[in-house]
Design a protein around this ligand. Structure first.
Ligand SMILES: [Zn+2]
Length: 116
């Protein structure tokens, strides 16, 4: 029996990566979350408090998106090296349904539950 190739998962991950990079670009950041240039932090707000809140929200979004890119890259690396589909913590197999639902999964459900 040949091992699964996870082509569908890889495609889903690559699409997800494109989507994340596009969102990051629109927010003015690169794939690692570094700001690439002029970012509109809502400095046009008359209210400095509102501007600060908008800035905080944007930076939070960028941070989340960059973290998601890292998850996608980790999953892609694991597909490439043949470890995809096994839990990164305990080595148990991750159910295909879980991988299909969330292709970036690198932990089984029980390890995910205990992860920080
Ligand atoms: Zn596990």
């Amino acid at each position: 029996m040949t091992p699964p190739t996870y082509d569908a998962n890889r495609n889903a991950l690559l699409e997800e990566r494109e989507r994340l990079l596009h969102q990051l670009e629109e927010l003015g950041a690169d794939e690692t979350g570094n700001l690439t240039g002029a970012v509109d932090f809502g400095d046009a707000f008359a209210d400095a408090g509102a501007a600060t809140a908008a800035r905080t929200r944007t930076l939070g979004l960028i941070e989340n998106l960059a973290a998601n890119v890292k998850d996608v890259d980790l999953a892609l690396t694991r597909i490439a090296d043949g470890t995809y589909g096994t839990c990164i913590v305990c080595g148990e197999a991750i159910p295909p349904e879980r991988l299909e639902f969330r292709p970036t999964s690198v932990r089984c459900v029980s390890c995910k539950a205990t992860a920080n």
